[in-house]
Design a protein around this ligand. Structure first.
Ligand SMILES: Cc1cc2nc3c(=O)[nH]c(=O)nc-3n(C[C@H](O)[C@H](O)[C@H](O)COP(=O)(O)OP(=O)(O)OC[C@H]3O[C@@H](n4cnc5c(N)ncnc54)[C@H](O)[C@@H]3O)c2cc1C
Length: 190
């Protein structure tokens, strides 16, 4: 294919992706030639989640993974969390992840909702670890208890546990105050 055609193809492909994204966020321009969007029917759509969609994923899920880095070593570890729109709240024993986050408070956190390998939403956020004490810790634990109770009621596979059992009181309570958020999705058309 001559160079010009490749560039043209790339431009058109990018334009189609942008229009699909506008459609996803309800900002579709009415004069768009809809037939061009049928070019890839049957293939999964993919793209970026907007801020509202990112928040929806963070609010809806309860399990995410903290990524931290200290003394030249990365560490990724699953946790139960709650989200209040500004920060991720968690609790933990005084183990490796807490020691690493105390050393280097800048951490990454990832959550996904997976319906299938072609229908998923994934969020990655970055923020600063802060240990909580006193009233702030109590409020964070209450947020976690409320969140867990809600999900435990909804999901029979978790029913063997109670929120109080999951959340031991003699733990470190913390939050990750979010500074940057990104989200991606894939959605099977049709
Ligand atoms: C779905 C889910 C939810 C969880 N929720 C929480 C939570 O809310 N709070 C919480 O504190 N913990 C939670 N855990 C357990 C958590 O993943 C860690 O195992 C635990 O917190 C100990 O982590 P630590 O860094 O303190 O490890 P330490 O007890 O200090 O042990 C460190 C060593 O154990 C290994 N290790 C630790 N955890 C894991 C793991 N999950 N898989 C493989 N190797 C591991 C490390 O690689 C390292 O070598 C959850 C686990 C799962 C699967």
């Amino acid at each position: 294919m001559p160079r010009y055609d490749i560039e043209q193809w790339e431009k058109e492909t990018a334009e189609i992706e942008i229009r699909r994204w506008l459609d996803q966020i309800g900002q579709w321009a009415p004069d768009v030639e809809m037939d061009r969007l049928q070019l890839r029917e049957g293939e999964p759509l993919s793209g970026a989640l907007n801020r509202n969609e990112i928040d929806q994923v963070l609010h809806a899920e309860i399990i995410g993974r903290i990524g931290c880095f200290a003394e030249g070593k990365p560490y990724v570890v699953p946790i139960v969390y709650a989200y209040d729109g500004k920060a991720i709240y968690g609790h933990s024993g005084d183990g490796m992840k807490v020691r690493m986050m105390r050393q280097n408070p800048y951490v990454c956190f990832q959550v996904e909702h997976v319906d299938s390998l072609t229908n998923w939403r994934s969020v990655i956020v970055w923020g600063h670890f802060e240990e909580l004490h006193g009233d702030a810790a109590e409020q964070a634990l209450q947020l976690l208890v409320n969140r867990l109770k809600f999900r435990l009621d909804q999901e029979p596979f978790l029913a063997a546990h109670t929120a109080d059992r999951v959340l031991q009181r003699d733990t470190v309570t913390y939050r990750i105050v979010l500074e940057k958020r990104t989200g991606r999705f894939e959605q099977q058309a049709g």
